[in-house]
Design a protein around this ligand. Structure first.
Ligand code: TMP
Length: 210
């Protein structure tokens, strides 16, 4: 997507299980709408009918149902569907897209924790022409605390939550490493704070950077 074709803003929310991304997404979307902006709140995997169908394959069932490469291919297919049907049209018409998870989750879960080669993800991102977010807010929390407040099991969507503690520690460490590698795009927010403080931190980052 050329920058001329894009007038909206693309914000992604990232972090491990139970870090409060969906709570922040709701509050942030409301705060941006109160400023008169059109906001599209969406999530991955999902955000479009085809991608939602793929989501069920990815988040349900046994933890070892797919290899990391198989997962990355499914996430890439879902992401392309989501980009084509939801994200790109929203950005072109000037909306602000607030997306719960995006390609940094693939880097953390499939590459760092799952053992997929990083250049394979680079190639997939290039193939689907995945645009870089304008801002990525990374919610950081001890994985033990996050897993205990995560609600995935209630919805039968706990395939990744069932992976072991070392897996979730690698996920957290990689999100922190991504933020270090790309400080202009990423900001870390301490998600152990009360939710009002998390929202205030998110708004500060948006005002400072966008
Ligand atoms: P959610 O629980 O935040 O809705 O996300 C669904 C699960 O999918 C979550 O456990 C993280 C995982 N996931 C990946 O492993 N790779 C990805 O690229 C994405 C978007 C999500």
């Amino acid at each position: 997507m050329t920058s001329a074709a894009k007038t909206g803003r693309f914000i992604t929310l990232e972090g491990g299980e139970g870090t409060g991304k969906s709570t922040l997404q709701r509050a942030l979307s409301e705060a941006l709408r109160a400023r008169g902006l059109e906001v599209v709140a969406t999530r991955e995997p999902g955000g479009a009918p085809g991608a939602d169908a793929i989501r069920a394959l990815l988040v349900q069932g046994e933890a070892n149902r797919w290899s990391a490469l198989e997962e990355a291919l499914l996430f890439a297919a879902a992401r392309l569907n989501h980009l084509n049907r939801t994200i790109r049209p929203a950005l072109v018409r000037g909306a602000w897209v607030v997306c719960d998870r995006y390609y940094d989750s693939t880097r953390a879960y499939q590459v760092a924790a799952g053992g997929l080669r990083g250049d394979v993800l680079d190639q997939l991102n290039a193939l689907i022409e995945a645009p870089a977010p304008d801002l990525t807010l990374i919610l950081d929390l001890d994985p033990n605390a996050g897993l205990s407040r995560s609600r995935g099991a209630e919805a039968g969507e706990d395939r990744f939550e069932k992976k072991d503690g070392a897996f979730h520690t690698r996920v957290r460490d990689e999100f922190l490493a991504i933020a270090k590698r790309e400080p202009a795009r990423c900001a870390i927010i301490d998600s152990a704070q009360p939710r009002e403080a998390v929202l205030a931190a998110a708004i500060r980052e948006i005002e400072a950077r966008l």
